[in-house]
Design a protein around this ligand. Structure first.
Ligand SMILES: [Zn+2]
Length: 97
């Protein structure tokens, strides 16, 4: 999988999925779901899917970690990241498990 900027101009399957899941995530937070529980659910689903479609369980980790690394790098270089649009962000010191 190539790199994606996850901007609105890219309509590849990965960026389309991110946009749709981002909207669903925003809805969950708006409805009062806890951010740590939403994050746990999203990673659980990604892992579950990877294990279901991959012959090698270890093959899912590079995909998951690449997404984490890309989002982190993007956040570090973007002070106006759309992550800030999440209204119910984790409070200071809260552990994301
Ligand atoms: Zn893309």
């Amino acid at each position: 999988m190539s790199t994606h900027k996850q901007n609105e101009s890219c309509s590849c399957g990965a960026c389309d999925a991110v946009e749709r899941i981002r909207n669903m995530t925003q809805d969950l937070l708006t409805a009062g779901s806890r951010p740590d529980e939403v994050a746990y659910a999203l990673v659980s689903v990604a892992t579950e899917m990877g294990l279901a479609v991959s012959e090698d369980p270890l093959a899912i980790y590079p995909v998951l970690l690449a997404a984490i690394a890309q989002q982190t790098v993007q956040k570090m270089g973007d002070n106006e990241s759309d992550v800030s649009t999440y209204e119910a962000g984790p409070s200071a010191g809260e552990t994301i498990h």
